[in-house]
Write a protein that binds this ligand. Structure first.
Ligand SMILES: Nc1ncnc2c1ncn2[C@@H]1O[C@H](COP(=O)(O)OP(=O)(O)OP(=O)(O)O)[C@@H](O)[C@H]1O
Ligand SMILES: [Mg+2]
Length: 643
């Protein structure tokens, strides 16, 4: 007890000390000393944000030792920024574009005076991306500001115009902007113009306390009062002070609050055009009007806006909006289209939710399959499930041929993809619903049911309805049964991996001899054998490679693995996906009868019971619990093996 008490006290004391370190306070003269040592303190908002993001480092996607990723991004791997890496999946390109905007803006490119606008479907991560930047600022080093300034403005504004050149040289900074009316007034009234004495303090960014961070929801169209943006005059003070006295100013609008940091405009195009003009002028000129007759106020902030496609199209269609469009940097944030990455999104969301129940293997994967299917455009070259696999970086050969489907051709078929379909939010809701319904745990079967229910209730157009139900009742159903059968085979076959590996090696030996017209030396007996074509066929037939296609397939396999070996990759049975699939199906086939008998039996003899228990135990080792193992086995018995 005492022990933890002192631990708490320690933690609090340590934190307070750290906080005090941050809470630097001094006169402007002291600040000048500080900034002389560290000119970066005088950086502007875009530079601060850019520095924050790249400060955590970056890499590129193909540095990951994942052949699938290499396959997807071969020549043009997008950069991956550590700042976003743990939280965002499958949207590397939009993130790279955001960083590019910040970079150009930090270098004072045209972007410095433009709005960053994220466009994408619901739930694609727009708000979360901005939220991540906001949290980054809250964690980052404090800014230095004139104490008591409602806009926590840059203290360098205190330096009079005629001295700026000299100060800029001495300090190695650029000085931009002028004092706000409130500070200008106080400088004279409280300090008699002696600006070196004005107090300066370190100030942290805080959304809660409205320091450097502002959020603006769409404003009621009947009340597009600009005070939300630029503050107002306090009417109660108007009789005390004369007109034009800055003491009546309430500089608490979004642009005041968000000065030095970032302002987010939610669903920005829901606002009236006049309102948008204020926003655009602010970015373009870096000035906003002060309320009443107080001239203008300098602002330095990153303006980020977002909305979805429908609002954007409507806005774009109006030619009078051209001037605004010209001042916007648009970054499209589509849905992720990579199966593996979608699973990571759900894992992240599950980890942050309150649910702690059991989630059986493949549950998230099957959910993700549906999400990605719903986002893809149909292709003339292959079925949609194949496209899901290809977009995930898997190798697929065209049905019954040795020809690999070309990813780039597939991509070129469509102009844009991932702008419609179901969102991670929708998918997560299905998982949540299933978890609530089934407290002992959920399986892909539960989530598929939950998705079917949700789709039936949802307000989709008829054609979408039909398509989604087809995915769930047909495509996903079949795909899951395949996964399940493989899973059960793996749990059934003693030393599955070794057996698969042995089949693979054997296949390679014989295929190679076949292709090169040589003989095979048996690995154990050193016997010299003719290539065993019947054996090769017995594997190939499982992926419908038959007749004249076989020769091409064998050549393809050998060439592929030879090239992979030359790149230094270890060659295992899973290296070439079409062959892996064939081998797994052969193994599955070899135990199909026993699988059926054991799982379907109502009563089992002793030997069968033993086998069944071993099967269940293997499933438990693979991450199932008693309940989910029972559910999937029953499902397999009823659906997999038709009598
Ligand atoms: N690619 C992704 N990687 C990680 N998480 C994601 C991704 N896409 C969406 N999410 C998660 O899904 C949830 C919904 O995203 P968010 O609220 O940011 O979407 P949005 O684009 O702002 O949607 P809306 O247009 O409805 O406001 C968030 O929890 C977000 O973290
Ligand atoms: Mg949002």
């Amino acid at each position: 007890m005492e022990n933890t008490d002192s631990q708490f006290a320690d933690l609090i004391a340590k934190d307070r000390k750290a906080q005090e370190g941050e809470r630097w306070r001094g006169k402007f003269l002291d600040y000048l000393q500080r900034i002389k040592q560290e000119p970066a303190l005088g950086k502007l908002a875009h530079t601060r944000l850019y520095g924050m993001v790249i400060g955590e480092g970056s890499g590129n996607l193909t540095q990951r030792d994942d052949p699938r990723v290499k396959r997807l991004f071969g020549d043009e791997p997008p950069k991956v920024y550590n700042f976003f890496k743990e939280e965002f999946f499958g949207i590397e390109r939009p993130i790279a574009q955001i960083v590019r905007y910040l970079h150009a803006a930090a270098l004072k490119g045209e972007e410095n005076r433009q709005v960053l606008y994220l466009l994408g479907p619901v739930g694609a991560g727009k708000s979360s991306l901005i939220e991540a930047l906001r949290r980054g600022l809250e964690r980052s080093d404090p800014m230095f500001a004139i104490e008591g300034c409602p806009m926590h403005e840059e203290p360098l504004h205190l330096i009079p115009r005629h001295l700026r050149r000299e100060f800029e040289k001495m300090l190695d900074v650029t000085i931009e902007g002028d004092l706000c009316p409130v500070c200008r007034f106080r400088l004279e009234a409280d300090f008699g113009g002696r600006y070196e004495e004005v107090p300066v303090a370190a100030v942290t960014f805080s959304k809660q306390a409205r320091r450097g961070l502002a959020i603006v929801p769409p404003v009621d169209p009947n009340n597009q009062d600009t005070s939300v943006l630029i503050g107002s005059e306090d009417i109660s003070k108007l009789d005390r002070y004369s007109e034009g006295d800055p003491r009546v100013l309430e500089l608490n609008g979004a642009f005041n609050v968000g000065n030095r940091g970032m302002i987010e405009f939610i669903e920005v195009f829901k606002n009236e055009v006049e309102y948008l003009h204020t926003i655009i002028t602010a970015t373009q000129e870096k000035f906003i009007p002060a309320p009443g007759r107080h001239g203008t106020v300098y602002v330095d902030t990153v303006i980020v806006a977002h909305s979805n496609e429908a609002e954007w199209q409507k806005f774009k269609a109006d030619p009078t909006n051209e001037a605004i469009l010209d001042r916007i940097v648009t970054v499209k944030v589509p849905y992720n289209l990579r199966l593996d990455e979608e699973v990571k999104i759900y894992q992240k969301l599950l980890a942050t939710s309150g649910f702690r129940s059991h989630v059986a293997p493949h549950t998230l994967e099957v959910t993700a399959m549906f999400a990605i299917l719903s986002r893809l455009a149909p292709s003339a070259t292959c079925d949609l499930m194949t496209k899901v696999k290809l977009y995930n970086g898997e190798e697929v050969v065209e049905k019954g041929t040795a020809k690999r489907v070309d990813l780039n051709e597939l991509r070129a078929e469509v102009k844009s993809e991932g702008l419609t379909g179901i969102s991670p939010r929708f998918a997560m809701k299905a998982i949540d619903n299933a978890l609530t319904e089934s407290p002992d745990g959920v399986t892909p079967i539960h989530v598929r049911e939950a998705l079917i229910d949700m789709v039936k209730e949802a307000d989709f157009p008829d054609s979408t309805h039909k398509r989604y139900l087809e995915f769930l009742q047909d495509t996903i159903h079949k795909a899951y049964l395949e996964i399940l059968e493989r899973e059960i085979t793996k749990a059934f076959v003693y030393a599955y991996e070794e057996q698969a590996e042995a089949l693979f090696q054997n296949y390679l030996d014989h295929a190679e001899a076949y292709v090169n017209k040589t003989i095979v030396k048996d690995r154990n007996t050193r016997e010299e054998l003719q290539p065993d074509e019947a054996f090769l066929k017995s594997i190939e037939e499982h992926i419908a490679i038959i007749g004249p296609e076989a020769e091409g397939f064998r050549q393809e396999v050998i060439a592929y693995l030879w090239a992979a070996g030359r790149r230094g990759q270890t060659i295992v049975y899973a290296s070439y996906e079409p062959l892996k699939e064939a081998i797994e199906k052969k193994l599955t086939h070899s135990v199909r009868d026993i699988s059926r008998i054991i799982t379907k039996a109502r009563t089992r003899d002793e030997e069968q019971s033993e086998k069944y228990e071993a099967l269940v135990k293997n499933l438990l080792d693979k991450g199932y619990n008693d309940y989910s193992a029972d559910v999937v086995l029953k499902y397999a018995a009823n659906n997999l093996w038709k009598d």
